[in-house]
Design a protein around this ligand. Structure first.
Ligand code: SF4
Length: 400
C-alpha cells in the first residue's frame, strides 16, 4: 500500500487534486487553440480515454478568444471536464483582456521563469485574477526556462560552474517555492496552489521531486519534460513517475510524448493509466496476466488465445462497465504450460493453463483459486470466453 505524502487538496473545476484523492491523470492538447473545433474534439478524445483534466495552450489573443468557443462546444456535447490554460510571457495580459476566458479556465499554469517581468508585477496580476475568479494555479518551473537571475549563478569567473546541475536543480526548487510564497503573500489560499519542477532526466526528476516534497505541502504535478519519442520516452516517463509515486510523491500526472506522425495524442493518457494500474492504484480494465512463452510451448496457440482474450475484453469493456459495478477489477491469467500455469491461474479470478509441449492436450481452468473444469478440443477459446462472461454475470452487481 502506497502511503501518499500529505498535501493540501486543491479543487480544480470539481476535480480535487491532493493526497486525500486519487492521483489524477491529465494531458495537454497539441492542436492550435485558435482552432476551436479541432481543439474541442481532441479534448473530448483525451477525456474519453481517461484524462480527468486537459490543458490547452493560451498564447495569443485568438487562442484566448477561442477558450470561450471551446468551452461552449464541450458543454453542448455534455463534456464538463476542467480546462487548464497554459500561459507563458503574456498570461497577465491575456487573462486581463479576456475575463470570460479567465473565468472559464479552471486553473492557470504559469512558469515563474517566463512570467514576463523581473519585478513580480505580471505574476502579481495573474495571482490577483486567480483570486478574483477563485481559480487554482500551477506554478510550474522547468529547468529549460529558469529566469536569468538563477542562470547567472551558474557562471563562475566567466565559465560554466562545475556545480552547474546542482545549481540548476536547487534554483528550480527555489523558484517555484518562492513564487508560491509570494502568491500566498498576495492573498491566494494555500489550497489553490499546485507545483511542478520539470526536468528531462529520470534521476534528476526523482531527486528534485524528493527534495521539494519535503519542503512544502502543495500537491505536486509530476511529469518528465521533453521525454522524447517512442518506447524510450515511454520507458523514461514510466520509470521516473513510478519511482516517485511509489514513494508517495505526486498528486497529478502527465506523460509528455512527442507524437510521431501516426501516434494518437491519447497515447500519453494510456501510459498514465498503465502506470497507475501497474502500481495497483487504479485498475481501468481487467488485468490479463500472461506468460511470455518459452521453449515449453509447442505453438503460437497460447499467444493467439491471449490476444483473443485481450481483444474480447477491449471490445466488451464499455458494455460491461455500463452494466456491472467494478467489473474492471477482474483478473484473468492465460498461461503457457504447467510450470507456472496452475499457480498463476489460482492467483487470478479466472485462469487457464494451456498445454505445453508433450503435456496432455487439456487446459485446466481455475476460478477464484479452485479448479472448475478442464477444457479440451477445438473450442477452448470460446469455452473460456463463456466462463469469463458467466463469472462477470454471477459476481458483479448489475447497474440498474
Ligand atoms: S508458464 Fe510455461 S510456457 Fe509460460 S514462460 Fe513459464 S515455463 Fe514457459
Amino acid at each position: 500500500m502506497i502511503k501518499r505524502r500529505e498535501t493540501y487538496n486543491v479543487d480544480v473545476g470539481g476535480v480535487i487534486i491532493g493526497s486525500s484523492y486519487p492521483i489524477r491523470i491529465q494531458s495537454m492538447t497539441n492542436t492550435q487553440t485558435e482552432d476551436s473545433l479541432k481543439t474541442a474534439s481532441q479534448i473530448k478524445e483525451l477525456y474519453d480515454s481517461g484524462s480527468e483534466l486537459v490543458r490547452i495552450t493560451v498564447n495569443n489573443e485568438d487562442s484566448a478568444k477561442s477558450v470561450i468557443k471551446i468551452k461552449d462546444l464541450l458543454v453542448k456535447s455534455n463534456y464538463n471536464l476542467p480546462l487548464i490554460g497554459d500561459f507563458h510571457y503574456n498570461g497577465h495580459t491575456l487573462l486581463a483582456c479576456y475575463p470570460e476566458a479567465a473565468s472559464i479556465l479552471d486553473k492557470y499554469r504559469i512558469n515563474p521563469g517566463n512570467v514576463g517581468s523581473s519585478d513580480n508585477k505580471n505574476f502579481t496580476e495573474i495571482i490577483n485574477i486567480a483570486k478574483k475568479y477563485d481559480k487554482a494555479v500551477r506554478i510550474g518551473g522547468n529547468w529549460g526556462s529558469l529566469s536569468r537571475s538563477y542562470l547567472e549563478k551558474t557562471i563562475v569567473d566567466g565559465k560554466k560552474s562545475d556545480m552547474y546541475e546542482e545549481i540548476i536543480k536547487d534554483a528550480l526548487i527555489d523558484s517555484v517555492l518562492k513564487s508560491a510564497e509570494l502568491a500566498e503573500e498576495l492573498g491566494l489560499a494555500s489550497n489553490k496552489i499546485i507545483l511542478s519542477c520539470k526536468v528531462s532526466s529520470v534521476t534528476q526528476l526523482v531527486e528534485v521531486y524528493t527534495k521539494i516534497a519535503k519542503k512544502c505541502r502543495y500537491p505536486l504535478h509530476l511529469g518528465l519534460t521533453e521525454a522524447g519519442m517512442g518506447d524510450e520516452a515511454i520507458v523514461s516517463s514510466v520509470a521516473a513517475l513510478s519511482i516517485l509515486i511509489n514513494q508517495g510523491i505526486g498528486d497529478t500526472i502527465r506523460v509528455s510524448l512527442t507524437p510521431d506522425k501516426m501516434g494518437a495524442r491519447t497515447q500519453e493518457v494510456d501510459v498514465c493509466k498503465n502506470i497507475l494500474a501497474s502500481l495497483g492504484l487504479k485498475q481501468f480494465k481487467p488485468k490479463v496476466v500472461s506468460c511470455p512463452g518459452c521453449g515449453r510451448t509447442s505453438s503460437n496457440y497460447f499467444i493467439e488465445l491471449t490476444k483473443d482474450i485481450n481483444n474480447h475484453i477491449e471490445n466488451n469493456m464499455i458494455t460491461w462497465k455500463s452494466q456491472y459495478k467494478n467489473v474492471e477489477n477482474i483478473n484473468i491469467a492465460v498461461m503457457g504450460c504447467i510450470v507456472n500455469g496452475p499457480g498463476e491461474s489460482k492467483h487470478a479470478n479466472i485462469g487457464i493453463s494451456l498445454p505445453g509441449t508433450n503435456e496432455s492436450p487439456s487446459a485446466p481452468v481455475y476460478v477464484d483459486g479452485e479448479k472448475v473444469t478442464t477444457l479440451r478440443g477445438d473450442s477452448i477459446k470460446e469455452d473460456f470466453l463463456n466462463i469469463i462472461e458467466t463469472y462477470i454475470v454471477k459476481n458483479y452487481e448489475r447497474i440498474s
